[in-house]
Design a protein around this ligand. Structure first.
Ligand code: ADP
Ligand code: ASP
Ligand code: MG
Length: 412
């Protein structure tokens, strides 16, 4: 008998009819002789709705209470799903993260899973029940509810698959798998049949939200093969597996965009040793991640410092930076939330030059201004105005011929 962990995302459980359809699908899979653990997200739009309500009350919401609030979305779907399974004549039980004992650290709204107790899960599975677990949530050592960060239900699913030694982890979503870019903004996007953990990590870290980055990290660490596929069809999706199981390597594997960034610029900062530390220390102390940083020298004494943070950290980061700017005698602080980071990604880029310059040429041809650039061996990222997202993604996808079937990598 195989043990399968399945996760259904927000659009897959976006209405009671959809929840009933998911229940039928899961029951079918159980009847084929499998033990089933089903991780669910909140209904589509629900986590955003809850976040907006919190922001209406507190501009910078209390993080413990935020988790108390956000975790309710998943409680609704697992309860409805368990009812749907029972109504269809099978047995199911819904469990919150706390009940399963998905233990996390205390970092509210971005907690990391420490360990999972599988005793209760196994007991219910052995009794023949379909066990449905609330995604995205856990409990800390104080007994407080924590959440894992947006998109965190994928991580719950992979973590459960790893803890239970499941035979498969299937991530059901609203697209047919992982594509060369977001199929919802580029009709030429091509489905990838197999992708390595490393490449998927890179795509996810740069914005391909089809899989949460931490789920990919866990899958790699515990060697959990992940199958990303559609809730609305029976088609084979994308397998995320070890690299040596993949025959071909691509020069560029995908184009990503990340709208979840915001830019902050501190103008006319004294150009002295120690200033950068003064600016970035309080930011990191607040648990805020800084992504790109650039420094433009104005003259020998003054410099402008620009950096990006996650958009949901923007208000908190601005508050801190304004205080520091005053302390160090900088002229002003400006910010921009309508930016996007567009990246080209591929482990095959490692030994190839000219990828960045091709990217710059393509953006220039479309009249798109680059505000910031960063490169690594396997990616090039540009910050541009958010309004050009679709245009940039489509132009780059076309320029790197990603719609064509595997263009194998030539040896140098
Ligand atoms: P779920 O609610 O099922 O977790 P998400 O919205 O988190 O779904 O992720 C699926 C979405 O990811 C797709 O609808 C698609 O718009 C987006 N996406 C972004 N990049 C990619 C990509 N490279 N391949 C597939 N989907 C992508
Ligand atoms: N409901 C959470 C979110 O919208 C978690 C998830 O769907 O993965 O981010
Ligand atoms: Mg998701």
């Amino acid at each position: 008998m195989a043990l399968i962990v399945q996760k259904y995302g927000g659009t897959s459980v976006g209405s009671t009819d959809k929840i009933k359809a998911v229940a039928r699908r899961v029951i079918e899979c159980q009847k084929q002789g499998n033990q089933m653990v089903v991780v669910l997200s909140a209904m589509a739009g629900e986590t955003d709705r809850l976040t907006a309500m919190a922001n209406d009350i507190q501009k910078i919401p209390n993080l413990r209470e935020m988790d108390m609030l956000l975790s309710t979305g998943e409680q609704v779907t697992i309860a409805l799903f368990a009812m749907a399974v029972k109504e269809a004549g099978s047995d199911a039980i819904s469990l919150l993260g706390d009940q399963v004992r998905i233990r996390t650290d205390r970092m509210h709204t971005r907690a990391r899973i420490r360990d999972i107790d599988t005793t209760l899960l196994k007991k219910h599975l052995d009794a023949g029940r379909i066990v449905t677990v609330a995604g995205f949530q856990g409990v800390d050592d104080d007994g407080d509810i924590t959440t894992l960060g947006r998109g965190g239900s994928d991580t719950t699913a992979v973590a459960l698959a790893a803890a239970l030694g499941a035979d498969a982890c299937e991530i059901f979503t609203d697209v047919e798998g992982v594509y060369t870019t977001d199929p919802n903004i580029c009709s030429q996007a091509r489905k990838i049949d197999h992708i390595s953990y490393d490449e998927m990590l890179e795509l996810a870290s740069l914005g391909a939200k089809v899989l949460d980055i931490r789920s990919v990290g866990l899958a790699k660490r515990y060697n959990v093969p992940v199958h990303v596929r559609s809730t609305f069809s029976d088609n084979e999706g994308t397998w995320v597996v070890e690299e040596d199981r993949i025959m071909e390597s691509m020069l560029v594997s995908g184009i990503t965009y990340n709208r979840n960034e915001a830019r902050i610029t501190i103008k006319k900062v004294p150009d002295q040793p120690g200033i950068a530390a003064k600016i970035f220390l309080p930011i990191s102390d607040a648990g805020i991640l800084v992504d790109m940083i650039i420094q433009n020298t104005r003259d020998s004494h003054l410099t402008d410092m620009t950096f990006t943070v996650m958009r949901n950290d923007y208000a908190r980061a601005m508050e801190i930076v304004k205080k520091v700017a005053e302390e160090i005698g900088a002229e002003s602080v400006t910010g921009d939330e309508s930016i996007v980071k567009v990246s080209i990604v591929g482990v095959g880029m490692r030994n190839h030059s000219g990828i960045a310059s091709t990217m710059f040429q393509i953006l220039a041809k479309e009249g798109i201004n680059m505000m910031m650039v960063s490169t690594s061996e396997i990616k090039v990222s540009c910050i541009i105005s958010e309004k050009y997202t679709e245009l940039a993604v489509r132009a780059l996808h076309d320029a790197f011929a990603l719609d064509k079937d595997n263009v194998p990598l030539e040896e140098e």
